[in-house]
Design a protein around this ligand. Structure first.
Ligand code: PLP
Length: 467
């Protein structure tokens, strides 16, 4: 591609994206293709000769889109949202265009310094503890995902608790409602499954601080070394919120590292009235949330903060000869390679910077507020219909509900809704019962889509009951 070819193809690609997003409602939300159907339509071997860019765009329309589940569809209510936005898409493009690899400050100072600066903006915009700002002992870094954030938090915790030598004695704590990435991180870090203790939850499915204290005391008495606790603010199943303000003092008393995973819910803190999600964060050694879920920033973007960066860097820093440079050795700069698992890193701060600058805090607040309001509205409709019940308090944009009756009736309802192509919902289990999850959080979702979803749910339930 010559520079002129690139310009032409680039404009065409942006046009394609703009048209896709404008017409996204014409597609069924969830792809209905059978396994293998996309590959069946692709040539078995790569082309011998170059092909025109238009041919690729055609194949996007004819092969890729039919096999796509449209996460940006306004009636996508499955899992948690995975927000994109025009400024963040352009941020990704600019990052690819500049093409730097920001492993060290010296490999591109702007890549590091913009990230440090934007992460300080995040602390201010979300009302997070000052200890997370970069001027002091702590600081923030963009990880690819919350899973990576939890893993590096665990490695820092292990470092502070005596390092690998002491690992076999260590105990880690979380609740059964925590995301599976906690268990996965523990396995990757080389902990046995029996070293991860699942602490009891209360009626709201939040971790019980008194049960945590008891478990820690029992483990200490048995000669184990309690080292790490992961609290969840907004669990994946139901957005249950662990009482971090009660868990924090327990962790402090026993010198455990407290990591708080607010992957989905953390974005809500951009609205001062929703800062219940920040309660107790002053006790946290580390914290993460995903702007790539609910803050209009394309995947991948997880904001990870530590109150003290030393144990993190001690755990992850190895300086081979080929990476030595004056700035690093003078200790005058941040080298984010020491804050993450891989060496190389993308210029992810660009998209978050563009999001802040394009929406402003006010725009981000409006985005979150409408979803929370519609979540409450939807829950009130469910409560008013005697055939249904709300299964967990809807704190934010997620509503968990079920049809009165057995699990099979709920499974049938979910299958029929998703097969319609008009909505996409997922399910979970709450206290052993099948529960449907409707997660409101898409940038393109409007009130009418939530309304239409409820109308479809009640109509489908009626039809199934009559059948
Ligand atoms: N933690 C929680 C509470 C989540 O809900 C999720 C995903 O939904 C994750 C962690 C994992 O997120 P990621 O895909 O960024 O690793």
């Amino acid at each position: 591609m010559t520079p002129d070819d690139f310009r032409k193809a680039g404009y065409a690609a942006v046009d394609w994206i703009a048209r896709y997003l404008e017409t996204i409602e014409e597609h069924p939300v969830q792809s209905a293709l059978e396994p293998g159907a996309v590959r069946d339509r692709l040539p078995p071997s790569p082309p011998e000769q170059p092909e025109p860019f238009e041919a690729v765009l055609n194949d996007l329309d004819n092969i890729i889109l039919p096999g796509t589940t449209h996460w940006q569809h306004p009636s996508f209510f499955a899992f948690f949202p995975s927000n994109t936005s025009p400024p963040a898409i352009l941020g990704e493009l600019l990052s690819a265009g500049i093409g730097v690899q920001g492993m060290l400050w010296v490999t591109s100072p702007a890549c590091t310094e913009l990230e440090t600066h934007v992460m300080d903006w995040v602390v201010e915009a979300l009302g997070l503890p000052e200890a997370f700002r970069s001027e002091g002992a702590g600081g923030g870094v963009i990880q690819d995902t919350a899973s990576s954030a939890t893993l590096v938090a665990l490695l820092a915790a292990r470092q502070r608790a005596g390092g690998i030598e002491a690992q076999s004695q260590m105990r880690l704590y979380t609740s059964a409602e925590a995301h599976s990435s906690v268990q996965k991180g523990a396995r990757i870090a080389g902990f046995r499954d029996d070293q991860l203790v699942l602490v009891d939850t209360d009626a709201t499915l939040a971790m019980r601080a008194d049960a945590l204290a008891k478990a820690i005391e029992a483990d200490r008495a048995a000669g184990h070394r309690p080292a790490f606790v992961c609290a969840s603010v907004g669990t994946t199943s139901t957005t249950a919120i662990d009482d971090v303000a009660a868990i924090g003092p327990v962790a402090r008393k026993h010198q455990l590292w407290l990591h708080v995973d607010a992957a989905y819910a953390g974005s809500a803190a951009v609205c001062p009235e929703l800062r219940f999600v920040n309660q107790g964060l002053e006790f946290a050694d580390s914290y993460c949330f995903n702007p790539h879920k609910w803050l209009l920033t394309n995947f991948d973007c997880d904001c990870f903060f530590v109150a003290d960066r030393k144990p993190l860097i001690d755990a992850l820093s190895i300086l081979p000869e080929y990476l030595r440079n004056q700035a690093t050795e003078a200790g005058a700069v941040i080298d984010y390679r020491d804050w993450q698992i891989p060496l190389g890193r993308r210029f992810r701060a660009l998209k978050l910077w563009l999001v802040f600058r394009s929406y402003g805090i006010a725009g981000l607040q409006a985005h979150i507020r409408k979803h929370v309001a519609w979540g409450r509205q939807f829950a009130s409709w469910v409560e008013a219909d005697p055939r249904f019940e709300v299964m967990a308090e809807p704190h934010l944009g997620l509503v968990c509900f079920r049809l009165q009756g057995d699990d099979a009736a709920n499974d049938r309802l979910l299958d029929a809704l998703n097969a319609s192509g008009k909505v996409y919902l997922t399910a979970t289990k709450v206290r052993g019962q099948r529960v449907l999850r409707l997660a409101i959080g898409g940038r393109l979702t409007e009130e009418r889509h939530v309304h239409d979803a409820w109308a479809l749910i009640t109509k489908t339930a009626t039809a199934q009951r009559l059948a």
